[in-house]
Design a protein around this ligand. Structure first.
Ligand SMILES: Nc1nc2c(ncn2[C@@H]2O[C@H](COP(=O)(O)OP(=O)(O)O)[C@@H](O)[C@H]2O)c(=O)[nH]1
Ligand SMILES: [Mg+2]
Length: 259
């Protein structure tokens, strides 16, 4: 059953500047109130691919999550989506060198995709595998056409690592061309307020105009803010009424795990 492109303008109760600058009156036809958090909770598995060319071509805005192994990426995705097992990638590093796509959108209509890229820098992965993977990831970040934004997860106790810097260099041209970029400083609960402030200002210098947010899965810090930002990225002004392509592969038709 292919979904017909019928995206309605959601009436967000929280300020979503980009999504609300135009067509606010048209929101009266929205069938239900959609909050960025509620939208995040619609996440469902879409597909997985070991190679770039195995990924389905899509028109839907896609947001990639990247980060060093152990940065807290899986925990962050699980917290945002309220799906404990969605980003199960962290457990078996050797087995998880795949790009996993998750669909977002109410009523089974995909209006955005999350791409979970495997963590890098994991010591136990063989060097050749690391190099191969770095290549896949670089190719993805450079050439994925529907890529709309990148979220880089970073444990602020370690700061950005050499591999993070390499990745920043890879994406810099696209960020300069308008690709959205966010650094999430994870495990904020492990820092004092003063350390949080310091980590924020350092990361802002490194983010090259991108956003930086503190996040704690434990304390649920930053969850609403990140959900709002991802919503804004994928629903820019006026675009909420544009048809979104629901390009779910029929073989792997995901269940809507909507709660
Ligand atoms: N205290 C605290 N620990 C966290 C937080 N997020 C992740 N962790 C822990 O950090 C470790 C790595 O997290 P994981 O999500 O598996 O990292 P990944 O390798 O980047 O996917 C795990 O032991 C998590 O429990 C957080 O917000 N607060
Ligand atoms: Mg993980």
């Amino acid at each position: 059953m292919s979904s017909r492109p019928q995206v309605r303008v959601p009436a967000s109760p929280t300020p979503a500047p980009n999504a609300r600058t135009t067509g606010a009156g048209a929101a009266s036809t929205a069938p239900a109130t959609v909050t960025p958090m509620g939208w995040m909770h619609t996440a469902r598995f879409l597909t997985t691919a070991a190679q770039l060319h195995h990924l389905p071509a899509m028109d839907t805005p896609e947001i990639a999550f990247v980060g060093r192994s152990n940065a807290g990426k899986s925990t962050c995705i699980n917290t945002l989506t309220q799906k404990k097992q969605l980003a199960f990638a962290s457990k078996k590093p050797g087995r998880t060198q795949h790009i996993n796509l998750f669909a977002l959108g109410k009523q089974g209509i995909t209006d955005a995709v999350l791409a979970d890229l495997p963590g890098y820098g994991y010591a136990a992965v063989a060097k050749m595998d690391k190099l191969r993977w770095q290549q896949v990831m670089a190719n993805y970040l450079v050439s994925r056409e529907n890529l709309t934004g990148i979220v880089m997860l970073c444990d602020p106790r370690h700061g950005l690592t050499e591999l993070d810097d390499v990745l920043l260099e890879v994406i810099r041209p696209r960020v300069e061309q308008g690709l959205k970029f966010l650094i999430i400083l994870t495990k904020a609960d492990k820092l004092t307020r003063a350390e949080q402030a310091k980590a924020l200002s350092i990361a802002r210098l490194q983010a090259g105009g991108g956003e930086v947010k503190l996040f704690s899965a434990l304390k649920k810090q930053g969850v609403d803010e990140v959900a709002q930002l991802l919503w804004d990225w994928t629903h820019p002004a006026g675009a909420a009424t544009a048809p979104a392509q629901a390009a779910e592969p029929s073989a792997a038709e995901p269940e809507a795990l909507d709660e």
